[in-house]
Design a protein around this ligand. Structure first.
Ligand code: UD1
Length: 439
């Protein structure tokens, strides 16, 4: 009888948008091992005899309770096995610090495969370390899997675009979420053998937690639940807009940020606008003296806030929310205005109109078949787009393979690839034929 084989996977998370992308993969590994425990020597099932050990690394790029810990509990992610505690810094300092600390972990853990997700500095830093590491004299290194590969905004001024391109070019397995990703990778000369169209793990999380998000108390906390306010929608929830802004290109320059806030005034005169603001954005609001655009109460506790959340004319600024509260607010919003990448995808899946305050998107499927429109950053563009999205219900479809099973597909491929590597390792031709061995 064949003995159960083991393999070690190292999964990296670092910043807020990583958590919902990695959570389904961590859950899929757990489910795989549980199935294996129940039936260690199954007759069918291609890969089911490999026991997977997952080591979870948190780089600490995001460290506030509201930007990190809350997501672990909301998404049922286990405590990280290793926390690198890197924190904030310039791009160079942050990336370098992650690389230094991660190299030690990689040499100690020696995983068979590394999973990185998304496009943040932690993604690139860890992929780059793994691409150059040597476990032994043969130059053995882990396979590198990039989840959310191939997305391109074609704007190299975005730090995320640089992170995406470089990560894709050092990865061995590229897991793609939409068809533009396939096209982009092929155009960049990446071999088809490395590319897998699997769908979107962020949507796996959304579908898994949508039910739980319904019991979030956030609508009541913000006074948006009852029907007696003048903008009441038919479903017992007030008609409101949800806003997020955090891109350095939108909030770090006074004139641009001011322009966006002025462009949003028409919207805030027509319905309450709820704005859970990223720490970067909150700092800029104080620094630029933009308090006049916002309702005076901060935070989201108590009746005072409930009253002000319904008030119009000013944007209602609150602290960043956890995953479930934000999902609940998104699902009931009349329109979502954002510069985030992931929110464009989540609103498309939920069928909620979305206005993206950017000149471009690396997620064109959300415009092509989804609910998203690109407003740009001009006042006119923002006004027109919000008006259009509030007035008309957009016809939309859910993109292909955004079905809640992407992590399963990823794990299937990972198991197959690990199995191939283990077979090679056991054969005499290991050093010559292992793609991980540098010549
Ligand atoms: C990062 C990602 C971005 C992602 C965003 C989601 C990169 C290049 N950018 O941007 O793609 O959309 O996360 O939030 O990786 N800060 C805190 N507490 C925290 C984290 C950050 O106060 O927990 C403040 C610090 O002042 C820090 C600033 O926010 O300097 C920026 O944080 P950083 O991780 O450098 O980039 P983000 O803007 O969050």
């Amino acid at each position: 009888m064949e003995a159960t084989r083991t393999a070690k996977i190292l999964t990296v998370v670092g910043a807020r948008p990583n958590f919902m992308k990695a959570a389904p993969i961590i859950a899929a590994i757990r489910d795989h091992n549980e199935r294996l425990g129940a039936s260690p020597h199954p007759k069918g099932g291609r890969n089911s005899h490999i026991l997977l050990q997952n080591v979870l690394i948190h780089t600490g790029q995001h460290y506030d309770e509201a930007m990190s810990d809350r997501f672990f509990s909301d998404l049922n992610i286990p405590r990280p096995d290793v926390h690198l505690g890197v924190g904030s810094g310039s791009h160079a300092a942050q990336t370098a610090e992650i690389m230094k600390r991660f190299e030690e972990v990689l040499l100690r853990e020696r995983p068979d495969l590394l999973v990185v997700v998304g496009d943040v500095n932690s993604t690139l830093a860890c992929a780059l370390v793994a691409a150059k590491i040597s476990y032994d004299a043969n130059g053995t290194r882990p396979l590198i899997a990039h989840v959310e590969a191939g997305l391109r905004s074609f704007d190299r001024d975005m730090p995320e675009e640089v992170n995406r391109i470089l990560t894709d070019h050092v990865a061995d397995l590229l897991f793609v979420s939409e068809d533009s990703g396939l096209h982009n990778l092929r155009m960049e000369g990446i071999s088809d053998e490395k590319i897998y169209f699997v769908g979107n793990t962020m949507i796996d999380s959304l579908l898994a937690f949508k039910g739980k998000a319904k019991s979030s108390p956030i609508l009541d906390k913000l006074g948006l639940r009852d029907t007696d306010c003048q903008n009441s929608a038919t479903n017992g929830t007030a008609r409101y807009a949800l806003l997020t802004l955090h891109r350095p290109s939108n909030v770090d320059q006074r004139a641009t940020f001011l322009n966006i806030l002025e462009g949003l005034q028409e919207l805030s005169n027509s319905c309450p606008v709820i704005f859970p603001a990223h720490p970067r954005t909150q700092k800029r609001i104080a620094e630029f003296g933009f308090e006049r655009f916002f309702s005076p109460e901060n935070g989201c506790q108590g009746r005072e806030t409930s009253r002000s959340a319904r008030a119009m004319g000013r944007i209602h600024l609150i602290d960043p929310l956890g995953y479930l509260d934000f999902l609940c607010l998104m699902e009931h919003a009349a329109v979502v205005v954002t510069d985030s990448g992931g929110i464009q995808e989540e609103t498309t899946c939920l069928g909620i109109p979305c206005v993206t305050v950017r000149e471009n998107t690396e997620r064109p499927i959300t415009v092509k078949v989804g609910t998203n429109i690109l407003a740009g950053t001009s006042q006119r563009g923002i006004r027109q787009a919000t008006r259009q999205q509030l007035e008309s219900r957009v016809a939309c479809a859910v993109p292909e393979a955004w079905d809640g099973r992407s992590a399963e597909r990823i794990l299937d491929t990972i198991c197959q690839e690990i199995e191939k590597q283990q077979l090679l390792k056991n054969s005499s031709g290991w050093a010559e034929s292992d793609p991980r061995t540098r010549i």
